[in-house]
Design a protein around this ligand. Structure first.
Ligand code: AMP
Ligand code: MG
Length: 508
């Protein structure tokens, strides 16, 4: 049977930066790699494989367009050895990247302690994607860690990052999960795995903090030029490229957090090293989705103060942006006071800008474009009702589309029905047709999110019982989060009794 090789087109532009920005390091080979998940549509998007390649009919039968399809065992072995780090693809120059960061407010040196960047895959339309192996072994930045990752947490990252992608939210993606055949020692002994993470880049606020604190201003400048050229080349045409760069990073971050607030996503560990300069959601450790609406919701076991609670995310993003500003101050202006003034002028616009966009976004969640200040009370009252009644964030917005509810439904509550009446009469006054309202609701409110109990169910089956069926089924459902057919399955309901006791752990 002919073997379809992966079409690597790797470049390594990051290694053109001064050497302190990275360390050359190869993945540590693993004992017995076994391909667990393979994201074929993504591989196709990266031009690694060609789904339309029909020069051999046996090839096209081997690969269908469905995610995680069956592939030959030979092919699977080949993919397992590449995506475990046992076999280095042509053109790769593996490195661990240097970075620092503020973790829970405290500055510290970090770096890739268990992730190794193979290189940048450049597609035929000149898009560039970092290909990184997470859990690939020890690096000079591993500190006390073992450089490895558990199968459970790598599957978790795969599941949630792909869910985010299909929710139309900027995110890193997951190309493969390979079990290593080795044990990793956490609270208990677990199976090890390597995740292949695909990102616009892995340049973080923490990368700039690293440069600011430990390198020369010239080296910081090189990082900034590299990043601008890679992600925001338009900024080069402005009178102060660094200021435009800062402004653009802020806007991207703001838009990202708005998405999180729209779907109830709680990142859980918004440290500055986990904030991507390209504006993607990155690092799926203790993240989780909120079910019943409460801005104070926190799931992460290590976030005891609620620093990264659902409702705190907009303010934390601003805090992180202030760290970013601080790290690039010398590049904004040669005069420190002037630099501070410039940074402040941008940062000060964050709160108003967020507020403005937040209400617009929430307006769309109730089917009203260009929500006026007067109509904010509609959203506010709905939020208050949800909080008071511990109503499900996702399903409450879905309930706006329904006419009738089952007996005992929370949505038969008189206060909710009154709210709905007021909302409908406002829609009439605004002259928005029901058809248009439905269209807006369906575009902005998901019908399905990765509910915590379903996530756990699928991950436990896959990582403990070696049964991938629930996980694959879940992944398929999460590919169509805005669909409205068949929306009363067990995937669409929160866990009975709520998830007060649900705890997440840093992805180790
Ligand atoms: P994270 O919580 O994933 O953002 O990771 C924070 C820091 O801890 C990063 O520098 C990671 O590379 C490092 N780290 C996390 N887990 C491990 C591990 N098992 N071995 C070595 N370093 C790790
Ligand atoms: Mg991290």
């Amino acid at each position: 049977m002919p073997q379809q090789k992966l079409d690597w087109n790797l470049q390594n532009t990051y290694t053109s930066l001064p050497e302190k920005f990275f360390r050359k390091i190869e993945p540590t080979p693993v004992a017995d790699p076994r391909l667990v998940l393979w994201n074929r549509p993504l591989a196709n998007g990266l031009d690694l494989v060609d789904l339309n390649n029909s020069h051999s009919s046996s090839n096209s039968q081997q690969f269908d367009t469905v995610i995680h399809q069956k592939i030959s065992s030979e092919q699977s072995q080949e993919l397992a050895s590449i995506f475990s780090g046992n076999k280095i693809p042509e053109g790769a120059r593996p490195i661990a990247q240097s970075y620092a960061g503020h973790q829970f407010g405290h500055f510290t040196m970090l770096g890739d302690g268990r992730a190794i960047l193979l290189g940048e895959q450049v597609t035929s339309n000149e898009s560039r994607f970092d290909i990184q192996l997470k859990g690939a072994g020890l690096t000079p930045f591993s500190r006390g860690g073992d450089g490895r990752a558990t199968l459970y947490s790598m599957l978790r990252e795969y599941l949630i990052s792909e869910a985010m992608f299909y929710l139309n939210i900027p995110t890193t993606r997951s190309l493969a999960v390979v079990a290593t055949g080795e044990k990793v020692y956490r609270e208990e002994i677990q199976e090890g795995a390597v995740l292949t993470r695909v990102a616009a880049s892995h340049i973080r606020v923490g990368t700039f903090e690293f440069a600011y604190h430990f390198l020369t201003p010239e080296e910081s400048k090189e990082l900034a030029s590299y990043t601008i050229n890679r992600h925001y080349p338009e900024a080069n045409h402005s009178s102060n490229p660094m200021l435009t760069f800062f402004q653009t990073v802020m806007e991207r971050q703001l838009d990202l957090i708005l998405h999180w607030m729209r779907v109830g996503f709680i990142h859980g560990v918004m440290n500055t090293d986990n904030m991507s300069i390209a504006g993607e959601t990155i690092d799926y450790g203790p993240c989780a989705f909120m079910n019943s609406y409460d801005p104070k919701t926190v799931f992460s076991s290590i976030d005891r103060q609620g620093r990264y609670a659902f409702g705190s995310q907009p303010a934390i993003a601003q805090w992180n942006l202030a760290c970013f500003a601080n790290a690039i101050l010398p590049l904004l202006h040669t005069n420190n006071d002037e630099a501070i003034e410039l940074a402040r002028s941008v940062l000060d616009s964050y709160a108003d800008s967020f507020d403005q966009k937040y209400w617009q976004m929430m307006g769309l969640k109730i089917g009203i474009p260009n929500l006026s200040e007067k109509d904010r009370s509609l959203v506010e009252n709905l939020r208050l009702w949800m909080e008071k009644n511990q109503a499900d964030y996702t399903n409450t917005f879905l309930a706006l589309e329904s006419k009738d509810y089952p007996e005992n439904s929370l949505y038969l509550d008189i206060e909710f029905l009154n709210w709905k009446k007021e909302w409908k009469s406002r829609l009439n006054e605004l002259n928005i047709s029901w058809e248009d309202v439905l269209k807006i609701l369906k575009a902005n409110n998901p019908s399905v999110i990765p509910r915590n109990h379903k996530v756990e169910e699928a991950l436990i089956a896959a990582s403990r019982d070696n049964d991938l069926t629930p996980l694959k089924r879940f992944l398929e459902i999460l590919q169509k989060p805005y669909e409205r057919e068949n929306i009363s399955t067990s995937y669409h309901l929160p866990q009975e009794g709520g998830d007060q006791n649900y705890k997440t752990f840093c992805g180790t």
